[in-house]
Design a protein around this ligand. Structure first.
Ligand code: ZN
Length: 395
């Protein structure tokens, strides 16, 4: 199925601007970038696309997705469904990192891994974190370090919950041990070995992470806190964290209720953090796709649950550019180069010869997603999915 694709005259953002160039994909790889490539005289089976009206960008890296669903906080009937291939591809996501969540009893790492393999076969690139919200961590081998070294798809741990009523209320020592195991496992396996941290609405915010690092050789960069746009206080704690060298993640799935009650929209959070001088490489957006989003009325009573959408990642990226005037290269960095670097995914998140051919074409006139190529395969064209999960309904 993979062949040679020549993308002509695209305005390339790698995510930094490379100007107008041609790009050749051969098999699963970006083979070359340059000017006036001409394969017309060859008899190679080449697909040629005129990209004059498009930005060509890296495929998005979504650092937090509940592949097999999550939730359950309102009982069994509130467990959320699995994601499907087009949830990712129609959002421009060509690399996704799967996690468990609150529930590591009825949701398991074996099931998560199986789903990651399914999505990989269906067309995108997938990785997972071992563990879940709780410490002691659920693992496959009995050890975080062993999981990272022995299981290809595991690249980190988490999302470990802190400052949240749903967390296991981990002690400082417990957090230290998890970070140390992730660090050593990551080093020995040549992986990122990051600890993804779910930050709740509790008063302590990032205090548990500072306490874990204090008096040790650990650095704050070992931790990758998410939901840092949950409210104004959490956002400001996140900015402080970046000043100490940390990286932070903003969640794009949200509800109107949350936005009315203090959540900072991810696009606005990104714009403000950049305005405050934080480096784009310290800021990421992730979807929290297929998580449960509790829906309350204005009296704070639970009215039901919505499900987080991977699609929100693209919407927030577009909102950052169109409504908040975030420079395209910076907005792209938060969904491509930054998460890839933080997670240690060297073949992902950039446009460069020799890297995986994960490429998007975005219409210049309205910033709508037109084409998605993942590992050299065209999965979306003219905004429509060409491939679906095996049992995904047509709609
Ligand atoms: Zn979370």
């Amino acid at each position: 199925m993979n062949s040679i694709i020549l993308l002509k005259n695209a305005e390339i953002f790698a995510p930094t601007s490379l100007g107008r160039q041609d790009l050749v994909i051969a098999g699963r790889t970006i083979a070359a970038i340059g000017e006036d490539f001409n394969l017309a005289s060859s008899n190679l089976p080449v697909t040629v696309l005129d990209c004059t009206d498009y930005y060509l960008t890296p495929g998005f890296v979504d650092s937090l997705v509940h592949f097999i669903g999550g939730g359950g906080e309102g009982g069994f009937a509130t467990r959320t469904p699995e994601m499907q291939l087009t949830d990712a591809t129609l959002a421009g996501v060509t690399t996704a990192i799967g996690v468990l969540g609150t529930d590591a009893t009825t949701r398991t790492l074996t099931n998560l891994l199986a789903k990651a393999h399914a999505l990989e076969i269906e067309g995108i690139s997938t990785y997972c974190h071992t563990g879940s919200y709780e410490i002691p961590c659920r693992t496959l081998t009995g050890s975080i370090t062993d999981d990272l070294i022995l299981i290809d798809k595991f690249i980190g741990v988490g999302e470990i919950a802190i400052s949240d009523h749903r967390s296991s209320q981990p002690t400082t020592d417990e957090l230290r041990k998890v970070a140390a195991a992730a660090r050593v496992g990551g080093m020995l396996a040549g992986k990122g070995g990051v600890v993804s941290v779910h930050v709740g609405a509790g008063e302590r915010i990032l205090q548990p992470l500072y306490q874990a690092v204090s008096g040790t050789e650990l650095r704050v960069k070992q931790f990758y806190p998410t939901h840092m746009n949950r409210n104004r206080r959490v956002f400001e704690a996140g900015i402080e964290f970046t000043k100490k060298g940390g990286v932070i993640d903003f969640t794009t799935s949200t509800t109107a209720y949350d936005l009315r009650h203090g959540e900072v929209a991810a696009a606005a959070a990104l714009a403000e953090a950049l305005y405050l001088g934080v480096s784009a490489m310290q800021l990421t957006l992730s979807s929290d796709g297929n998580a449960s989003l509790p829906l309350y009325n204005d009296d704070g009573e639970l009215q039901g649950l919505q499900v987080g959408q991977v699609q929100s990642l693209y919407q927030s990226f577009r909102e950052a550019v169109v409504q908040h005037q975030v420079p395209l290269a910076n907005a792209l960095t938060s969904v491509t180069a930054a998460p890839a670097a933080i997670l240690g995914l060297k073949q992902k998140g950039q446009i460069s010869a020799g890297l995986d051919a994960d490429v998007l074409l975005i219409r210049r006139e309205d910033m709508q997603l037109d084409t998605v190529i993942a590992k050299g395969r065209m999965l979306v064209q003219r905004g429509a999915a060409l491939c679906r999960s095996t049992f995904e309904p047509e709609n």
